[in-house]
Design a protein around this ligand. Structure first.
Ligand code: 0L1
Ligand code: MG
Length: 244
């Protein structure tokens, strides 16, 4: 792997549509699977009003998390394996049964969810100077790069999942804080939207899928030597270190 920035695809193919971009993503996912990598589950991206406004879209995007992207809680993320990574704090859902749209609601998602857990997603867009359009990001598997899951599992009905306060700290300094309603009003809505988007392609969410619902906090740039931690009210903590 070269791990270098590239010019966005739409510089050469300005007519690339969102649908085309999901086809590119599908090919990328197929190549990774041929290489022996296993999908852990899908992820939702651009789930905050701020990010959707910035990209001028009214719907989030999705991509896939693979087994090689997993970093253990308290483990290390190696900068030399990445390009220009950022971190964001998210809530992950583990599904107890399959979920098939269309018409899926947040309440139905909660009823089908076995556990929720805290997570840190490391996004690492491959595009030069972060210059990309929506189809570029989709084709780049929604910038998926690494994921750290917290070790505590919580039943979804044990707390109000839209009222979870989250802090994201680096080297002991709070870099961002937010409430989980930042994720399309409620993280379960994000999973419902995902099921409904997949339904348009004749696909569904499967029991055992671990789903990243989207950034509660904003994304913060990482540097070698950083110690990153996130605290989620009622859900626990998760963290990692950045090494060379
Ligand atoms: O997880 C995400 O919200 C995907 C963000 C994609 C855009 C970016 O790389 O900043
Ligand atoms: Mg994310």
């Amino acid at each position: 792997m070269e791990r270098r920035e590239v010019v966005r695809i739409t510089a050469d193919y300005p007519d690339l549509s969102v649908e085309d971009a999901y086809q590119v993503q599908k090919e990328l996912v197929a190549i990774k699977r041929q290489q022996g990598h296993r999908i852990i589950g899908p992820k939702m991206g651009l789930t905050s009003q701020a990010k959707m406004k910035q990209m001028n879209v009214d719907e989030p995007i999705y991509g896939y998390i693979f087994d090689y992207m997993l970093v253990p809680d308290g483990g290390t993320v190696k900068m030399q394996e990445l390009i220009h990574p950022k971190v964001e704090a998210e809530i992950a859902f583990i599904l107890g049964r399959d979920l098939e749209g269309p018409g899926m609601t947040g309440a139905q998602v909660l009823a089908a969810t076995e556990y929720v857990m805290p997570a840190l997603e490391i996004i690492d867009s491959r595009y030069e100077n972060f210059r990309f359009t929506l189809p570029d990001v989709i084709a780049d598997n929604a910038s998926s790069s690494r994921v750290v899951f917290g070790s505590r599992l919580t039943r979804p009905h044990h707390l109000e999942l839209d009222l979870v306060g989250v802090t994201l700290s680096i080297n002991g300094e709070i870099k961002d804080l937010a409430a989980s309603a930042a994720v399309v009003g409620h993280p379960a809505n994000s999973v419902a939207m995902l099921a409904n988007m997949l339904a348009r392609k004749g696909e569904k969410l499967k029991a055992g899928d671990i789903i990243l619902t989207g950034g509660v906090t904003g994304a913060v740039m990482l540097a070698v030597g950083d110690t990153v931690s996130a605290k989620f009210d009622g859900l626990g903590e998760v963290g990692f270190q950045v090494t060379e």
